[in-house]
Design a binder for this molecule. Structure first.
Ligand SMILES: O=C(O)CCC(=O)C(=O)O
Ligand SMILES: [Fe+2]
Length: 302
């Protein structure tokens, strides 16, 4: 059996893993090696893995419980609900709804009560240049904040909102109405402890509307600061895809963004599986008319 080689690709995150054939079940020792490398490097790239959808699902299942994507049903592979198609190739004669997926910094499924544990993305077709994905290390983002700010955000919860997916409102109106109903705004802690490494991390994204108990106006400058800080170039690994790359990221301690840095007339076709995350968060009920008018009445007299 060939041995596994793990080669770091950047200081912040990212390692290239060779010596495995992901079409076949891994041994317990191989799984342990992959998991350890994942904890160290957060994002693992496995080159030259020509997987079918069932093989991608089977690989993901060895890393965690496979997500069925019920919160985003329209983007699934019709034959395999576990596989999301992130593609700019027309679907049913219409432009693909996922052609601009991932265009702001985010972690997957944070608008649900089970943000993904991790995701596995496979490149099936790619433009000759570009179509890169960047990943940012949220341990580093947390550890490099000043202690006073760390204390301040320690008890904050942030409201994650599916409508803040970049370009969401330009997608199919009936589908977005459904997805909004299925995914009301949900609050998750801003500082979390990784369940496996025990390290603290910053759990933010560009899909956050406000902090719980703070107005959007109050939240905006802090959110902007935290997002800018967290995605500073020194915390980022940029993956330049090759055909048949399989990239697996720890969605609990990284953010990612899919760049529009390519010729849009060229096909880019990816298959994604996610690992189901732990239950987290609480739904934020929209403010009732009564609450809103009470607040404005108070504002008028104060
Ligand atoms: O297409 C990509 O590079 C990533 C898109 C994305 O955000 C995802 O698949 O989770
Ligand atoms: Fe994503």
């Amino acid at each position: 059996m060939t041995s596994i080689t793990v080669t770091a690709q950047a200081y912040a995150a990212g390692a290239r893993v060779t010596g495995l054939d992901l079409r076949k079940p891994l041994t317990p020792e191989q799984i342990a090696t992959v998991q350890a490398a994942w904890h160290d490097h957060l994002v693992l790239a496995f080159p030259d893995q020509d997987l079918t959808a069932p093989q991608l699902i089977a690989f993901t299942a060895q890393m965690g419980e496979v997500e069925r994507n019920d919160n985003v049903p329209y983007y699934r592979d019709p034959d395999y609900p576990e596989v999301l198609l992130v593609s700019n190739k027309p679907r049913n004669g219409k432009p693909s709804e996922t052609r601009n997926t991932g265009r702001n910094w985010h972690a997957d499924l944070t608008y649900t009560d089970r943000p993904a544990k991790g995701s596995v993305l496979m490149c099936k077709e790619k433009p000759p240049i570009g179509g890169d994905t960047m990943f940012a290390n949220m341990y580093m983002a947390y550890e490099t904040l000043s202690p006073v700010l760390r204390d301040f955000i320690e008890t904050l919860d942030a409201v994650h909102d599916i409508t803040l997916i970049k370009g969401f409102e330009r997608r199919d109106p009936a589908q977005i109405a459904d997805m909004k109903r299925a995914n009301p705004p949900i609050a998750h802690p801003v500082v979390r402890t990784h369940p496996e490494t025990g390290r603290k991390l910053l759990f933010i994204s560009e899909r956050i509307r406000n902090f719980v108990g703070m107005t959007e106006e109050e939240s905006r400058p802090l959110l902007r600061f935290l997002n800018d800080h967290a995605t500073a170039p020194e915390f980022v690994y940029r993956h330049q895809w090759a055909l048949n790359d399989v990239v697996m990221w720890d969605n609990r301690c990284t953010l990612h963004i899919a760049l529009k840095d390519f010729d849009q007339s060229q096909p880019r076709h990816m298959m994604r599986c996610s690992m189901r995350g732990e239950k987290s968060g609480y739904v934020i009920q929209p403010e009732s008319k009564d609450d809103a008018s009470l607040k404005s009445a108070l504002a008028a007299v104060s």
